[in-house]
Design a protein around this ligand. Structure first.
Ligand code: MN3
Length: 202
């Protein structure tokens, strides 16, 4: 019944040179593993034990710091690994491309908006591309391990693409150059997976 650390869908070194193997190993085996363990500890022996993660996020008591931070950390990283691929990059196609063009006018304009959201998130947090039922998409960001599925975050819809901008996600390779890391992320985005996520929401 407990949450388990999901296996990465590729090797730690698979995203090099864009994201280095040491960062991936620490990020997955230490950080994500820690959120998973601490999420299980936060719900153990409570009525929340056994609830699906989407229910935990939607019904989140935002004053419950352990559940908020670790439930978000567990979910956000599970999404993050899946929306990257060594065969990623390029641009979305099909209905997702149409939705992005409808909202932003072009892929380049979307990339600018997403990159700005990621670069200007002060301190630690995430940048998101969210989708609404009906298919409208929008970019936003949230602090710490919050995400758009939690109450009152101010991002609409469900996240279909997420970028971790905590320093632990990039500091070994990029130091303070967060914009370079954001740009590199676009070389590994798994648009097929993001399209799947989009189809599931809309
Ligand atoms: Mn992280």
């Amino acid at each position: 019944m407990a949450f388990e650390l999901p296996a990465l869908p590729y090797a730690y070194e698979a995203l090099e040179p864009h994201i280095d193997a040491r960062t991936m190993e620490i990020h997955h085996s230490k950080h994500h593993n820690g959120y998973t363990t601490n999420l299980n500890n936060a719900i153990a022996g409570t009525e929340l034990e056994g609830q699906p993660i989407l229910n935990l996020l939607a019904d989140m008591d935002m004053n419950n710091g352990a559940l908020r931070n670790n439930g978000g950390g567990y979910f956000n990283h599970s999404l993050f690994w899946e929306v990257m691929s060594p065969n990623g990059g390029g641009e979305p196609t099909g209905e997702l491309a149409e939705a992005i063009n409808a909202a932003y006018g072009s892929f380049e304009a979307f990339k600018d908006a997403f990159s700005k959201a990621a670069a200007t998130r002060f301190g630690s947090g995430w940048a998101w591309l969210c989708a609404h039922e009906g298919g409208k998409v929008e970019v936003c960001s949230s602090a710490n391990q919050d995400n758009p599925l939690m109450p009152g975050i101010g991002c609409g819809g469900a996240p279909i693409l997420g970028l971790d901008v905590w320093e632990h996600a990039y500091y070994l390779n990029y130091q303070n150059r967060r914009p370079d890391y954001i740009n590199a992320f676009f070389s590994v985005i798994n648009w097929d997976k993001v399209s799947e996520n989009f189809a599931a929401v809309k």
